[in-house]
Design a protein around this ligand. Structure first.
Ligand code: SF4
Length: 472
């Protein structure tokens, strides 16, 4: 792999500047309310403004930040929650990250890489549950090079079972060189996710031993810039909260978003904000573990800072926290997830985990069907939509649609159609009843009469024939 950085490679994270921003005195309530108003006007916040919200710990103002997060979520994403599942392909790794069960020095982990037949059976098991969107996860190892990952992506798309198929494959893997990103783009990936884990230089150095590939801070920070330069256009960034001061890493994520927006005309497609969780063979010696109240602040402030970026909340968190935090701005969740390698055929819906086979422990082991029903009872519209990706509404094109709210006209109809497929092919009787009731209500919110009659026609086809995969 040629370690050639992007044309604009620069370390845009200024720790001192962040520290100064966070150590300033608390902003006046009127200033905080002005910043909230700017977010509600769907304008991205700059670092000063995000820092002012992060310095705000007056309970009354924090409640206003929560309320604004909820309102913005509704106005930009409506009540839709997009669903996906993770599929761990292999946990060989040359790195030794202090917080990870897959690190090379951890001898208690069970190492495994799925072969083609096993990938096929995992994907079939996921399709038989109703999943349409996957994220493939790989350790960092020469075995998982761009060729291997591209072949795996094609393999996953090739698996069809009855009405089951995977329509969007995202990737969470190590940063590649330009050649590598070009290859995986050609294989048809959706989002490429690279998490910085922490943007704080000292902490980054501490948790990533110097003699490992992941120790190269700039190579990782520059990863998605290289991806943009090779035509990839949906990027996912993230930080592992609990490694350092959560407020610092929120600033890091916002700075990263602004940097990509400035340089490539489009910010990240998604932001992830996992919290440190117990993991096999890992002792988390951190003074920065994030409690539930601060986790809610973190999510709401991110929502207000980057109005148009999707926010992913994973099953690391418990059912209770997920149900509470979702309203603050989350747009995507995983459900029915197993992160043991081979877990979808070997663990099924068991409510226990095999930690020796996992990167960290999960907090929410509910099945996809249970999560679907709960989402609908909580007033959300579950969606397996992949139409923007498949119609080329990605990156800059996606933004054009999102900003004027134009996409609203398509998201609800697409959510209704993917939900109807799920209800017809995979749902339990109880979930089908809740779902059909919700669709009845949602169909009335489709303003465009032409789209509305088309959706009704397609719902009927899904119910009465083998026709599937309708979208706008
Ligand atoms: S976090 Fe990723 S790179 Fe680090 S040890 Fe775990 S799998 Fe390897």
């Amino acid at each position: 792999m040629k370690k050639e950085l992007s044309a604009h490679a620069v370390d845009f994270i200024d720790d001192k500047y962040f520290d100064n921003l966070l150590n300033n005195k608390s902003a006046e309530p009127s200033q905080v309310r002005d910043i909230i108003a700017k977010s509600l006007d769907k304008k991205a916040l700059n670092l000063d403004e995000t820092a002012a919200l992060l310095r705000t710990d007056d309970p009354e103002l924090v409640e206003e930040i929560f309320a604004a997060g909820r309102r913005l979520k509704k106005e930009v994403y409506g009540n839709r929650i997009v669903l996906f599942a993770p599929l761990y392909i292999g946990n060989e790794c040359v790195n030794d990250c202090a917080y990870c069960a897959f690190r090379r020095s951890n001898k208690t982990v069970i190492r495994r890489t799925l072969n083609d037949g096993e990938i096929e059976s995992q994907v079939k098991a996921l399709e038989d549950k109703g999943h349409k969107r996957l994220i493939l996860v790989f350790g960092e190892h020469p075995q998982y090079n761009a060729n291997y990952i591209s072949d795996t992506v094609r393999k996953v798309y090739s698996v069809k079972h009855e009405h089951g198929e995977i329509r969007r494959v995202n990737i969470n893997a190590a940063p590649m060189d330009h050649e590598g990103f070009k290859m995986v783009k050609e294989a048809g990936i959706g989002t490429y996710q690279i998490f910085m884990e922490t943007y704080h230089h000292e902490t980054y150095k501490k948790v990533h031993p110097q003699n490992t590939l992941k120790a190269d801070y700039l190579w990782r920070l520059d990863g998605l810039s290289r991806a943009f330069e090779t035509g990839c256009d949906d990027m996912g960034i993230g930080a592992l909260f609990g490694l350092y001061d959560w407020r610092f890493d929120v600033l890091g994520l916002v700075r990263h978003s602004l940097f990509l927006q400035e340089r490539y005309g489009v910010g990240p497609h998604t932001i992830s904000f996992p919290r440190l969780k117990p993991a096999n063979g890992v002792v988390h010696e951190s003074d920065y573990l994030v409690n539930d109240y601060d986790f809610k602040r973190l999510v709401a402030i991110l929502r207000l800072s980057v109005p148009y970026t999707g926010m992913i909340l994973t099953a690391r968190e418990s059912e209770e926290i997920r149900r509470e935090v979702m309203s603050f701005g989350v747009s995507q969740i995983d459900a029915g997830s197993r992160i043991e390698i081979g877990g979808y055929t070997e663990a099924g819906d068991a409510q226990t985990q095999v930690l020796e086979r996992e990167q960290f422990s999960l907090g929410d082991l509910r099945s996809l069907d249970t999560v679907m029903r709960q989402l609908m009872e909580d007033g959300y519209m579950p969606s397996f939509c992949t139409s923007c990706y498949r119609l080329g509404r990605t990156g800059e094109h996606f933004m054009e649609f999102a900003i004027p709210g134009f996409i609203e006209q398509f998201c609800t109809p697409n959510a209704i159609l993917t939900l109807m497929e799920y209800l017809t092919d995979y749902a339990s009787p109880e979930t089908r009843i809740s779902g059909e009731k919700l669709i009845g209500k949602e169909i009335n919110s489709v303003k465009n009469s032409i789209i509305k009659s088309k959706v009704l026609e397609q719902i009927d086809k899904i119910k009465t024939s083998d026709a599937r995969d309708f979208y706008f």
